[in-house]
Each structure stands twice: as structure tokens, then as C-alpha cells.
Design a protein around this ligand. Structure first.
Ligand SMILES: Nc1ncnc2c1ncn2[C@@H]1O[C@H](COP(=O)(O)OP(=O)(O)O)[C@@H](O)[C@H]1O
Ligand SMILES: [Mg+2]
Length: 392
């Protein structure tokens, strides 16, 4: 695939100011002024008695890549379509770049949209599909040609101008969909599961391209997906939805290492979630008698029942041949191997403790387990830093 990146000093002069296009430059810088591009103020959406979105406040920063992540039916598309103006909220106001757009029709909101099913016009070729939004806005022929060329360069489709959508692969069709979206330099790009219809390898490739495009354009991008890996990989921040409410909004790191609830810990990555009781400052008790050092106990009174999270790749197998010293705040357990598998260079094993509890362990290279039979006794260790008491 070839694409030509235009260096900043080669960017074309601002081209046109036409109806619906406030910004004609092909490139936006990423150092946009601080502030919010999109704000939800008390937005909710109900259909009869059923609530698609409970009262929600949400702010998307200028230039940010924000993913809306969550299971099917959790309200992701509802949020996206309320931003776009395709769905009218039941309560609340939508503010775009400081202006309340609640009563502004979709076409006048200056947004670009990319859909899972591409939504290309089948009887038009690639050039005309991409030119379509410019023609609606009445740009001149020369402007249209330059903008379409620039957009096709950005998605690596120069030379495909005369193809019809049906003569292209799914990945190529979605590139056309993306070109049609960026061609009029929208101030916000909305994507609803854009890679949902593609196979894994293409998805990975297009993820990289979408990330690069976002970097180049510096546009605020809101991206809907139910794939947690995709959300963590792409986003500056992730808004995890559950049942029409925000479960947590934060950086991928925060969601992964500091989930606020069992739902978040469970939805994002694999986890050991351990029922425990706060014993003292910095320690919890679990499995009746065992004590574990934890990162955080603030806000929890002694005796409170909590859930404690330990990510499986934060647990190390103790290997006598290395004789690693035990940190004073480390946690240590011994159990027997009840399951073991080797996946893509990782060893994934389940350890059965004497209490009956299972612990999931993932390790990159562990000489102690490489040829270990089921039933073998194994000691593992993890730091208090990686032992997180969930807030709720
Ligand atoms: N037009 C509609 N009429 C009734 N219920 C709807 C309608 N659109 C969406 N819903 C409901 O609202 C909830 C949220 O939907 P949606 O935002 O599309 O979820 P997601 O995109 O996360 O899969 C779902 O329970 C869905 O069934
Ligand atoms: Mg949806």
C-alpha cells in the first residue's frame, strides 16, 4: 500500500471557505488549544419505558481520541448518534466547541461519520463517492479534485478513482469511507465499529492507519467499539459503558491497572478478582486466614468486604535457579498447576491453592514451568503495588 504523507511545510494553502466548511486546510496540528470539543450536559435517552442512556455528563477534549467501549446494548451508538444529531436526546444539551448545538441539524454540525457497513453509494466510483460531500456543499471542480486527491493519498487509494465499491475488498471500501469522511476536514470524526466487518489481520492494519490519520489530522475522534484490545490500543482515553451508564472514563492505563469496579476489571483484560476483607492499613485477609499486602486501602474501613485485583501477568513464578530476593511487601502463594498452555510465547497457567482458590498466571518466559507437569507444586509472587483494592 502506498500513501504519500505531506510534510507540514508543503501543505497546500487554505483552499476554500464554502458552506459548511470552516476549515479548508488539509492538515491540522495536534497542539490544538486546550478545552473541550464535545460536552454532554445531563444527556439521557429513553424509548418509552426503556432507558438507552441514563443522565450523562461527558467531555471530549480537543484533538482527543476517545473510544466508547462496552458490551452490545450498553449505549455506545446512542451517544455517538446524539453527538451527530441523528438521535434527539430526551433530556440535556450537547455542546460542540463551546456552542450548544442541541437544535442544530446533523448536516450543520461539521462532523464526519464512518460506519461499520461503509455506507458507500454503490453506483458511484471511488472518486465520486469521496467527492459526494463536497458536491453537496457546492465546492468548485478544482477544489474538489485537489481535496479528493489529498484524501485518497491519506488512505493509500490513489489509482483506485474509477473503481466501483463492489470491485474492492472490505478493507479498501472502508478506506473509501474514511476518505469520504476526512475530505471536508470535519472538526470531529465519529466512527461506529468501523472495523467490525473485517477479519483480524485487516483490522489490525486499519487500526494502525486510523491511529496515524488521527495523529496527522489532529481532529477530535470518537470511536465506538466492543473490542477492548482495539480501544486500549487506539485511544487517549476510553469511556467504558455498562447498561446505559459510564462505568469508567480514563486512560487505557487507568482502566487496566486501576479499574474502579469488578465490571471494569473483568471487561478490560484478564484478571484475578479475590474476595477479601480489609484487615489493616495496607493489608487484606482472604481465604479465611491468608493475608495479602495491597496498594490501596484508603477509603475502606477495617472489616469491609472488598474485591482485590491482581493482573495475571503481574504474578511471577518463583524459580529457585534465579533466587530472586523477596521484597518485604511481596505476596507469595504456593499451589499446584491445574492447567497450563503456551500461547504466542506466553505461558498461561492456573494454580490451585490449598484453599481451593484458582489463580491465573501469565508469564513470558519461566524456566520453572516450561516443562512442568500438571499437579506440580509451584510458588508465585507479586508485589503489593500490583494488588489493587477496587473502589466499588
Ligand atoms: N430505536 C430504538 N427503540 C428502542 N430501543 C432502542 C432503540 N435504539 C436503541 N435502543 C436500545 O437502547 C440501548 C442502547 O443501544 P445502543 O446505543 O445502540 O447500544 P450499543 O451501541 O452499545 O450496542 C439498547 O438496549 C437498545 O436496544
Ligand atoms: Mg452500536
Amino acid at each position: 500500500m502506498s500513501h504519500v504523507l505531506r510534510a507540514k511545510d508543503q501543505r497546500p494553502p487554505a483552499l476554500v471557505v464554502a458552506a459548511g466548511i470552516e476549515e479548508a486546510e488539509g492538515v491540522r496540528t495536534t497542539d490544538a488549544p486546550a478545552g473541550n470539543m464535545i460536552e454532554f450536559r445531563g444527556i439521557s435517552k429513553t424509548y418509552g419505558a426503556s432507558v438507552a442512556l441514563h443522565g450523562t455528563d461527558l467531555a471530549v477534549r480537543k484533538g482527543e481520541f476517545l473510544s466508547l467501549l462496552g458490551p452490545s446494548g450498553s449505549g455506545k451508538s446512542t451517544i455517538l448518534n446524539i453527538i451527530a444529531g441523528a438521535i434527539a436526546p430526551t433530556t440535556g444539551a450537547v455542546v460542540l466547541d463551546g456552542t450548544d448545538v442541541s437544535t442544530v441539524p446533523p448536516r450543520d454540525r461539521g462532523l464526519g461519520m464512518v460506519f461499520q457497513n461503509y455506507a458507500l453509494l454503490p453506483h458511484l466510483n471511488v472518486f465520486d463517492n469521496v467527492a459526494f460531500p463536497l458536491r453537496i456543499r457546492g465546492l468548485s471542480k478544482a477544489d474538489i479534485e485537489q481535496r479528493v486527491r489529498n484524501a485518497l493519498e491519506r488512505v493509500g487509494l490513489v489509482g483506485y478513482e474509477h473503481r466501483k465499491p463492489r470491485e474492492m475488498s472490505g478493507g479498501q471500501q472502508q478506506r473509501v469511507g474514511i476518505a469520504r469522511c476526512i475530505v471536508y476536514s470535519p472538526s470531529v470524526i465519529l466512527m461506529d465499529e468501523p472495523l467490525g466487518a473485517l477479519d483480524k489481520k485487516l483490522r489490525d492494519q486499519l487500526q494502525g492507519e486510523i491511529k496515524r490519520l488521527h495523529r496527522e489530522l489532529g481532529t477530535t475522534l470518537v470511536y465506538v467499539t466492543h473490542d477492548q484490545e482495539e480501544a486500549l490500543n487506539l485511544s487517549d482515553r476510553v469511556c467504558l459503558m455498562n447498561g446505559g451508564r459510564i462505568a469508567q472514563l480514563g486512560t487505557p492505563d487507568e482502566l487496566y491497572f486501576e479499574p474502579v469496579s469488578e465490571f471494569v476489571a473483568d471487561f478490560v483484560g484478564e484478571s484475578n478478582l479475590i474476595d477479601a476483607v480489609i484487615q489493616a492499613n495496607g493489608t487484606v485477609q482472604f481465604d479465611d486466614t491468608r493475608v495479602m499486602n495491597v496498594k490501596n486501602t484508603e477509603g475502606h474501613a477495617v472489616g469491609t468486604r472488598v474485591k482485590v485485583l491482581v493482573r495475571p501477568e503481574r504474578i511471577a513464578v518463583v524459580d529457585s535457579s534465579f533466587g530472586s530476593p523477596t521484597a518485604s511487601d511481596a505476596n507469595e502463594c504456593t499451589g499446584t498447576i491445574s492447567q497450563i498452555s503456551f500461547v504466542g510465547g506466553m505461558t498461561r497457567l492456573e494454580l490451585k491453592l490449598t484453599s481451593g482458590r484458582s489463580l491465573l498466571v501469565k508469564t513470558l518466559s519461566a524456566p520453572a514451568v516450561e516443562r512442568a507437569p500438571l499437579g506440580q507444586s509451584l510458588t508465585v509472587r507479586w508485589s503489593a503495588r500490583d494488588t489493587v483494592v477496587l473502589k466499588k
